[in-house]
Design a protein around this ligand. Structure first.
Ligand SMILES: [Zn+2]
Length: 341
């Protein structure tokens, strides 16, 4: 299931008196989608980014999600899509996304707080926005039979692509799956056809057995380092063990998920990573799919402020990751198992 090819490049190394040397790397194949990516063995330690400066700058710019602006500056849904136009759940408020990423695209603002530091993204701090997103997707599923693909997305802080610091989720629903969701579905169907059993069951069993990337389980959520990372630094996958479809995903499943997510974010912080992307993928119907999520650290890797996405991801659709997920799994697990800080 976990296929990798070892390769290397030959050089005369300037750091070793221009003696012949080899630079090893791996080409990994995603066990579900078959996509490939490169994994290097480069020691990398992120420096703490100037978060306070970014937050200060963001306060000087107009923020449409702050309470004094939200009502006037954000759109509302037509009554047939969402009665009342906006959805309030606890401290969260959900309304249409002005960037129509899909037929149904919303923004779910966490609270009135313009900035929530990553260390304060606890399960209670995240719950309302996630509940609102899930309720929105379930409503769309009920009122539009054509909507078959669903996601809850999150860009946290500018290195992840977010232009607005004010924490918000971006739930989407539509008729056409994104590339990654489509590849996941096709992979799951292919595996079921070829092996006569479910990919996810085999996947979780093998990950747990090898322990190389296994992080832990909280209720019906299974956590592991992704075998083929998609980012500059290794990312983390979560499988909802009992949910094949959006209908199977229950509101009470959010709490174990958010507990795990908060632990993952704690690990990122310890790596000086203050930004991330998250996506939760779901479908209307499938006999071979499982609702799953992915959390990917994002950063500007060098002091010059370069992006962590370059030509390989942008134009070759090929990821590269500076060190293997297995090399940090023990640390992630240690943070995950920690009772209290
Ligand atoms: Zn704001």
């Amino acid at each position: 299931m976990f296929k990798k090819a070892f390769s290397s490049a030959r050089i005369l190394n300037p750091f070793k008196g221009h003696e012949p040397d080899v630079l090893p790397f791996e080409i990994r194949f995603d066990p579900l989608t078959g996509e490939t990516g490169r994994v290097f063995h480069i020691p990398f330690k992120a420096e703490k980014p100037p978060v306070e400066e970014t937050v200060k700058r963001s306060r000087e710019i107009f923020c449409p999600f702050c309470p004094e602006a939200l009502e006037k500056s954000t759109p509302a849904f037509p009554e047939d899509i969402l009665p009342g136009g906006r959805m309030k759940v606890g401290r969260a408020c959900l309304f249409p996304n002005m960037l129509p990423f899909d037929h149904y695209a919303a923004v779910s603002v966490f609270s009135d707080d313009h900035y929530i530091p990553m260390e304060e993204l606890t399960p209670p701090a995240m719950e309302d926005a996630f509940l609102a997103s899930l309720r929105f997707l379930k409503r769309i599923q009920e009122c539009d039979a054509g909507a078959g693909f669903f996601a809850v997305n999150w860009n946290y802080m500018p290195p992840s692509g977010s232009s607005i610091v004010h924490p918000h989720l971006q739930p989407t629903a539509g008729e056409v799956p994104t590339n990654h969701l489509r590849l996941q579905m096709e992979g799951a169907q292919r595996y079921a056809k070829e092996h006569g059993v479910d990919f996810w069951g085999d996947f979780m069993e093998q990950e747990k057995q090898s322990g190389e990337r296994y992080i832990g389980e909280i209720g019906p959520t299974f956590w592991a380092m992704s075998f083929l990372p998609l980012g500059f630094l290794p990312d983390i996958s979560c499988v909802f063990t009992k949910a094949r479809t959006l209908s199977d995903l229950r509101e009470e499943d959010l709490s174990p998920f958010l507990e795990g997510l908060a632990k993952v974010l704690r690990y990122f912080l310890e790596q000086n990573v203050y930004s991330f992307n998250m996506a939760l993928f779901a479908v209307r119907e499938s006999e071979s799919f499982r609702v799953n999520a992915r959390v990917c650290p994002r950063l500007l890797p060098r002091p010059i402020g370069n992006s962590d996405i370059a030509y390989p991801q942008m134009l070759h659709r090929e990821s590269f990751t500076v060190y293997p997920p297995e090399s940090v799994c023990t640390h992630v697990r240690e943070v995950f198992d920690r009772k209290k800080d």
